[in-house]
Design a protein around this ligand. Structure first.
Ligand SMILES: *Cc1c(COP(=O)(O)O)cnc(C)c1O
Length: 258
């Protein structure tokens, strides 16, 4: 992808669709193999992370049967989601999962397209999202979207908070959980995490699985576990991930952040 691409362009070339089909199939095979290897009877849901790729790729992926897509910046996701929704018939429209750090002032925009937020990393985001949901519901801006927003708490697996890849430290999980539980239009569904850079993902996701166990014992509904990216999906599937978030192994290498 080059900078000259219009991110809201929705027409795709047949060659690009074929390339995505091949890569998607390889990723699906990896997920199934990892699930079988772990003795799982279920297979996690695949969220294809379309960040920094144009709406045309999202449309091609939708045509290939992908129904869950992830984005990490509202500035990019909002126009892309709108373009994709306009280009595709209702039955093919993807469900957008927001997976990046969300500023409270972007909550209002995010709830117009997001069907889940994986990255609640502080208690104060809950009332901001809740208020945004109330407004969006009242204004009829969530047509075709869930009336209650599934939310995951992003937990840091890096004890050194300064160098971390985001998320709340596990000892502060309770605060964020309470804030979500207190919100009328949000539902605490589970946890999300990113393996720390340079660390063993098996060990990191093992800890995540323990943290999940204690959360589920207090909140039986919070069963989602969003973990696993292109590099470490096998470790995440083994640790019980219910949602894996795969970008580059499906779409190819990303352009640097602009
Ligand atoms: C970009 C991103 C992904 C996908 O990463 P890949 O390594 O490209 O598969 C997953 N999760 C989050 C939070 C991301 O920002």
């Amino acid at each position: 992808m080059t900078e000259s691409h219009d991110p809201t362009e929705t027409r795709y070339a047949p060659e690009r669709r074929a390339e995505l089909a091949e890569r998607l199939e390889a990723v699906r095979a990896r997920i199934d193999a990892a699930a079988a290897e772990a003795g799982r009877v279920d297979s996690p849901d695949l969220i294809v992370v379309t960040k920094r790729f144009p709406a045309s790729d999202a449309c091609a992926l939708a045509d290939l049967g992908v129904r869950l897509m992830g984005e990490n910046r509202d500035q990019e996701a909002a126009p892309k989601a709108r373009a994709v929704a306009e280009a595709l018939p209702e039955a093919m429209r993807p469900s957008w999962h927001f997976i990046g750090q969300l500023q409270s002032n972007k909550a209002k925009s995010a709830v117009r397209y997001a069907d889940a937020v994986h990255s609640v990393d502080r208690a104060s985001l809950a009332p901001a999202l809740d208020k945004a949901m109330a407004r969006a519901l009242e204004a009829g801006e969530r047509q075709g979207l869930l009336p209650v927003l599934p939310c995951l708490i992003q937990v840091s697996l890096d004890p050194d908070a300064e160098s971390g890849r985001g998320g709340v430290q596990p000892e502060r999980l309770g605060e964020v959980a309470e804030a979500l539980e207190a919100a009328d239009h949000l539902e605490l569904r589970g946890l999300m995490a990113v393996a720390p850079l340079g660390a063993d993902p098996v060990e990191a996701f093992g800890r995540l699985s323990e943290i999940r166990g204690s959360l589920v014992s207090e909140c039986p509904r919070a069963t989602w576990l969003s973990a696993g990216m292109s590099q470490d999906l096998e470790a995440a599937v083994a640790a019980g991930a219910t949602h894996v978030r795969i970008g580059s192994d499906v779409l190819g290498p990303r352009a640097a952040v602009g």
